[in-house]
Design a protein around this ligand. Structure first.
Ligand SMILES: Nc1ncnc2c1ncn2[C@@H]1O[C@H](COP(=O)(O)OP(=O)(O)OP(=O)(O)O)[C@@H](O)[C@H]1O
Ligand SMILES: [Mg+2]
Length: 488
């Protein structure tokens, strides 16, 4: 038995050596091809395919071989970089070396084979100021070309590394990727993860993320589900594990910060999130498995928050006779003109940037359109008219105004998310991804120590608009208020 094992191992090693030789020859050929300014893409593709085949032979194990690209790593970083799992996560405290490790892992893929990878940051500022410089610094001397407007890097072996932000996940849709890296993934919407996994299905390429935790959000649940997934691996590190960080600095933070926030930020712990406005919301409980089937006789309401540079948010929901809400349609976009908003409410097909939108129900099915008091303020782009009077001129007259304060609106929504009897009375169609992301990400302002500052939610210009529309609607539609409404 043991003889057989050693025989197999020997065999494997000699295969390895042959493979390495063959691989080096192909790598050399690729270098020659890309050095020519007008290189032949077809030839490059063929060589890349050969190289990929050689590297995919099971005997060839890059973890045993020298990494193609290996600066000095701390042990905990090296484990993450060397992981060959399809999906991997490095969950670390602030300054623990997450971005560094992620960039080494990404470049490692880039230098191994001519590939296309994507690196995603929560904002374009973070992509530009943190990720591009980190990748570029580590790849120094081996960068063939750099796109100054996007930050995209072209390595000297023909690999491309694209830098994108999560501002618009749909913009990632067209790419075919061999690998991807999400930095500060806990700050990204879940949609980004889904889109990128989709973009690597055909290549089977790895996806990895580097992040500090941020409450028990979607990422927490994803990483939890990896614990019994053979294709996924999780690595963790505290800030104190980075030998370059002065321990005194960590002690100071421990003394100054809220204990829970310290554990999250410095010890990479998944703390439940006192900073979320709707802590009871969870996709498992509140998002329907199937699209909502609109019921014939139940009333439908629209909640609307008017924006311009910040998005306008319009959401459609149906209310059951026993008081359960089902949010089934949404339109959340910047720069929506009042004509477009009116068209959307009326049920027309309206075009918005590069897509078209048509509500699932016409206006004739809508009981009321409910706005906040800002719907009555005069608007510059409507020639001084208010949004609601402009809409009324376009036929939208069944309107109500929510006049109660933000806190009572939030309490009304909370009471539907989980009633005192532990019932759920507010659910979302799975296609209403924006509202679902917003309700999960709607947070309080934080003070310097990370504790909630004040009792009002953060107006971050991202999550607050659809949340305003939601609370206007839910807070206003109560039996008492319905009795007081008069049709306009
Ligand atoms: N293996 C390493 N060798 C040398 N320096 C390193 C290494 N890993 C990380 N560093 C340095 O440690 C510091 C923190 O690293 P990095 O920015 O990657 O951490 P981070 O966890 O992403 O931090 P943040 O929470 O600020 O995003 C940086 O100055 C980085 O250059
Ligand atoms: Mg970082």
């Amino acid at each position: 038995m043991s003889e057989k094992v050693s025989f197999m191992c020997d065999n494997e090693h000699s295969d390895d050596r042959q493979n390495i030789g063959a691989r080096e020859a192909v790598v050399e050929r690729i270098h020659r091809i890309v050095k020519d300014y007008h290189f032949d893409m077809k030839e490059l593709r063929e060589s890349a395919d050969t190289l990929k085949r050689l590297s995919e032979l099971p005997e060839f194990d890059i973890a045993r071989d020298k990494l193609p690209f290996a600066p000095e790593l701390f042990d905990y970083q090296a484990e993450f970089v060397r992981s060959r799992a399809r999906f991997s996560a490095f969950i670390g405290g602030v300054r623990s070396g997450k971005t560094f490790a992620g960039a080494v892992k990404g470049l490692n893929r880039g230098f191994l084979l001519p590939t296309t990878g994507a690196v995603i940051a929560p904002t374009s500022g973070m992509a530009r100021d943190v990720l591009v410089p980190q990748y570029a610094e580590l790849a120094e001397g081996r960068i063939a070309k750099w796109n100054a407007s996007t930050g995209d890097l072209f390595l000297d072996n023909g690999s491309k590394i694209l830098f994108r932000s999560a501002d618009n996940p749909e913009r990632l849709m067209g790419l075919t990727l061999d690998w991807f890296h999400l930095d500060e993934a806990a700050q990204l919407p879940r949609r980004v993860w889904e889109v990128l996994v989709n973009r690597t299905i055909s290549t089977g390429g790895p996806g990895f993320l580097t992040t500090t935790p941020r409450g028990k959000n979607w990422l927490y649940r994803l990483v939890e589900s990896w614990k019994d997934d053979p294709d996924a691996q999780i690595f963790t590190a505290k800030t104190a594990d980075n030998p370059l960080i002065d321990p005194e600095e960590i002690d100071r933070a421990r003394r100054q910060l809220d204990a829970r926030y310290f554990r999250q930020q410095f010890e990479a712990s998944w703390e439940s999130d006192s900073l979320r406005v709707y802590e009871d919301f969870s996709p498992e409980l509140h998002v329907l498995d199937e699209p909502w089937q609109i019921r014939d006789n139940w009333p439908i309401y629209i909640g609307i928050d008017f924006g311009w540079t910040h998005p306008s948010a319009i959401i459609w929901a149906q209310l059951s006779p026993d008081g359960r809400w089902f949010v089934f349609d949404e339109l959340v976009e910047q720069h929506l003109r009042l004509e477009t908003i009116a068209g959307a409410i009326l049920g027309d097909t309206v075009s918005i940037q590069s897509r078209s939108f048509r509500a699932r129900v016409p206006y004739s099915r809508v009981e009321r359109v409910i706005s906040g008091a800002e719907g009555l303020q005069s608007r510059q782009e409507a020639g001084g008219e208010s949004a609601l009077s402009a809409l009324s001129a376009m036929g939208i007259t069944r309107v109500a105004i929510s006049r109660s304060g933000i806190l009572s609106g939030i309490n009304a929504v909370r009471a539907k998310l989980l009633t005192a009897e532990s019932e759920i009375r507010l659910r979302f169609d799975p296609r209403c991804r924006r509202v679902i992301d917003d309700i999960a990400g709607y947070g309080y302002q934080q003070d310097d120590g990370g504790a909630p500052a004040g009792e009002l939610p953060l107006k971050d210009g991202i999550h607050d608009h659809s949340m305003d529309a939601l609370r206007y609607m839910i807070e206003s539609v109560t039996p008492l208020k319905l009795a007081q409404w008069r049709f306009g």
